[in-house]
Design a protein around this ligand. Structure first.
Ligand code: WQD
Length: 337
């Protein structure tokens, strides 16, 4: 019996595949390469010595996706596939709603049809909006401020309704905080297209000389140094949380939600300092105006993941910076290097 991995050649999907293969799990991977490259499969094979079974399929192609179910014994699914750029989602809401929701509809219809009613869903701390306090627990109010975040919240609610209608389902919803870093080999990592939206890939490109300086988006937030505070988590720790979540989904039915973070918040300037300390690289920066939509602070209370999944983040901020830097130095142009 196999686990179906959608979006498996992406940043988090590829790292999760490495951990699942190391745990001896059988996988079938689908991706449409809209935000990743085929060579990721080669890199995964270099790390694990295993070639995963792969289909180039868009989740919007119901018949193409059904062929995967017809040719394999799918028992469960980890669902990563989706568009995920906040700013782009504001510019292209219909594309985001169609892609992320219709793809999930097709996937869940086929999981049900073929009796594979176990799913781990890649959600995001963005569903908490601007929290009234931190650390954030799973029972905090939910709200979103952009179409991308709204698709995540809608899919959470859709999965809950699917379970309410059919209690054979098992749904584990993982709300990621800020995934960063890379596999220690430097063979897989975060490969943003164009100018990075997120902090760490931008910093790694400054460190490599690809960008001149970091723009710090505002230093007048209500935080210890005025810059935005987030819960950065090593992508390998995040990947390992998926192994725990699929194991839970294989043993119980129901719907449950888990914050996947370290429980520690770092500001932008904390990250700059940690990166310089971990790598010996200087990160020049300039304070610029706030980025619209950014919030002051966001970090997790990860207690529930520890108590119910038996998972806790292991890596600290220096390892995250060290591994992110190693990936960038070995792959100056990402997978195009
Ligand atoms: C982190 C901090 C910025 C870039 C986003 C998505 C979220 C999730 C993770 C998908 C903030 C500051 C950033 C820069 C900066 N993605 N910053 N200069 O915004 O917390 O979350 O990525 O699920 O949905 O919203 O992450 O890395 O963009 O920003 O000062 O060049 O770094 O203001 O305080 P964010 P981020």
């Amino acid at each position: 019996m196999s686990i179906l991995i959608t979006g498996g050649t992406g940043f988090i999907g590829s790292h999760t595949i490495v951990e699942l293969l190391a745990a001896g799990r059988e996988l079938v991977v689908v991706d449409n390469f809209c935000n990743s490259k085929p060579c990721v499969l080669d890199r995964i094979e270099q790390i694990t010595g295993k070639r995963v079974k792969f289909y180039e399929v868009d989740l919007l192609d119901y018949d193409g996706l059904e062929k995967v179910f017809q040719e394999n014994e799918i028992d469960s699914c980890i669902h990563f596939a989706g568009l995920k750029a906040v700013g782009e989602s504001c510019a292209q809401p219909l594309r985001y709603y169609h892609n992320n929701l219709t793809g999930t509809f097709n996937l869940c219809a086929l999981l049900s049809k073929y009796g594979a009613k176990r799913i781990v869903f890649s959600s995001s701390a963005t569903v908490y909006g601007n929290p009234a306090s931190v650390p954030i627990r799973e029972d905090f109010p939910l709200s979103t401020t952009n179409p991308y975040g709204e698709t995540k919240l809608m899919i959470e609610r859709i999965l809950k309704d699917i379970y309410e209608a059919d209690h054979e389902w098992s749904v584990s919803i993982l709300r990621y905080f800020n995934p960063i870093g890379a596999h220690s080999s430097g063979l897989i990592g975060e490969d943003p297209q164009g100018i990075p939206n997120n902090l760490l890939p931008y910093i790694t490109q400054v460190a490599s000389g690809k960008r001149e300086f970091l723009s710090v988006f505002g230093n007048d937030y209500n935080t210890h140094d005025g810059t935005g505070v987030r819960d950065y988590i090593h992508v390998v720790d995040l990947a390992r949380a998926h192994l725990k979540a699929i194991e839970l989904a294989e043993t119980v039915t129901g719907v449950d939600y888990f914050n996947i973070g370290t429980g520690t918040g770092y500001s932008v300037l904390d990250i700059v300092n940690a990166y310089e300390k971990a790598t010996g690289k200087k990160i020049p920066y300039k304070i610029t105006p706030r980025r619209p939509g950014d919030i002051d602070m966001c970090y997790a209370d990860p207690t529930k993941a520890y108590e119910k999944l038996g998972w806790r983040a292991q890596y600290g901020i220096e390892e995250m910076c060290r591994d992110a830097n190693n990936w960038q130095m070995k792959n100056p142009n990402g997978y195009d290097s």
